[in-house]
Ligand binder design. Structure first.
Ligand SMILES: *Cc1c(COP(=O)(O)O)cnc(C)c1O
Length: 373
């Protein structure tokens, strides 16, 4: 029986408490278990709270299996190193999370792993970059901070045709809005620090996929050791019970704020895939079935520092996906390591601000922006 995401988020992975009849999962902090049956050990990714959190996320993403990690980057790097060896080639879309971009630039070559970064808005560019030694295609949509949209189904098809493994960083969309496995993607990764945790108070990562690919990644993950502890795993599973409610409210708020910003004279440009004028709107509509997400960015006419100082409700902070609305300047955060010229060519001006929309009343967020403008 197929269940709705609301029901999955509350019930899946909730084994309950048979000993006392409590209705939530107990926390099992043990790092030592009797070895006569299966050997349980946190770094083997098989303890009860890890499994409960993974089951819920896998069910939300229509995946068979998965692994919880101690951060989003642990999930990303472990998956890459499990699938690639020296002499292999990986193709990244060029709009990438800063941490992934920097890791590719500074780490992969040291291990003899070759890579290209291509503009994937036109999927043909990806196909043209495929070489004899290409093994993996890596996507991220909507992208950070310009919210560009890549066509997940078109790229999954290219990957399948060429026998390549496709990975997507689905953090910005969350499992509520976009389920790439339905479009033929092999591996879905989340920084669970963002929408999955949802309260700006934990760090974790997750990969979900088929049983076969999960087992392959697990074989390396046990050696790299980036597993998640029982307490945080419990908190993740607990937080997921409200992910659908949170993200639905964030979707609704973001649409209202994007529409408001579009009409404001103090705003030059709004990047939000839910707006009809966004170049990726029709593809986003096809693949973001739950909604267009809680992330948007915009350029302001005036001095961005003065604007940020005048905000009262909206907090200036890195990271995203929490219940509170936060704002950041990509030129000082995610893209601070680039030169001004590199930022300009990437389309990231000093006037660009990125908003992570929370679950507050939309009117209150809009009023805060209004008074600060
Ligand atoms: C935050 C983030 C990551 C990295 O996750 P951590 O939990 O900070 O390691 C990866 N991808 C995207 C899109 C992110 O926003």
């Amino acid at each position: 029986m197929s269940k709705s995401k609301l029901t999955i988020s509350v019930h899946t992975g909730s084994a309950g408490d048979p000993q006392y009849g409590g209705i939530v999962n107990p926390i099992y902090p043990a790092s030592a278990y009797d070895y006569d049956t299966e050997v349980l050990y946190p770094r083997y990714y098989n303890t009860p709270n890890q499994k409960a959190a993974v089951e819920k996320i896998a069910a939300l993403e229509n995946a068979e299996d998965g692994l919880m990690f101690s951060s989003g980057m642990a999930a990303i790097m472990t998956s890459m190193f499990a699938l690639l060896k020296g002499g292999d080639h990986i193709i990244f879309q060029s709009d990438l999370y800063g941490g992934t971009h920097h890791a590719a630039l500074t780490v992969l070559n040291r291990y003899g792993i070759e890579y290209d970064m291509v503009d994937a808005v036109d999927p043909k560019n990806l196909e043209l970059a495929i070489r004899k030694n290409t093994k993996v295609i890596y996507l991220e949509t909507p992208s950070n901070p310009l919210l560009t949209i890549t066509d997940v189904a078109a790229i999954a098809k290219i990957a399948r045709k060429n026998n390549l493994i496709s990975i997507i960083d689905n953090t910005f969309a969350s499992p509520v809005n976009q389920n790439p496995i339905d479009f033929g993607i092999d591996i879905v990764i989340h920084s669970g620090t963002k929408y999955i945790g949802g309260h700006s108070d934990l760090v974790c990562g997750v990969m979900v996929s088929s049983k076969k690919l999960t087992a392959k990644i697990k074989a390396s993950a046990q050696h790299f050791g980036g597993s998640l502890d029982a307490n945080t795993s419990y908190l993740v599973e607990r937080s997921l019970k409200t992910i659908v409610l949170r993200v639905q409210q964030q979707n609704k708020n973001a649409v209202a704020i994007a529409r408001f910003l579009q009409k404001e004279s103090g705003i030059v440009k709004v990047n939000y895939p839910g707006l009809k004028g966004h170049p990726g709107h029709s593809i986003a509509k096809k693949q973001m079935k739950g909604g267009f997400g809680g992330m948007l960015s915009f350029e302001i006419k005036g001095n961005p520092d003065k604007f940020l100082k005048r905000l009262k409700l909206i907090k200036k902070a890195v990271s995203l996906g929490g219940v509170e609305t936060t704002i950041s300047a990509p030129c000082k955060t995610s893209h601070a390591k680039l030169t001004a010229a590199e930022r300009a060519s990437a389309g990231i001006s000093d006037q660009l601000l990125r908003l992570s929309v929370g679950i507050e009343e939309a009117k209150d967020i809009i009023n805060d922006i209004k008074q600060a403008l």
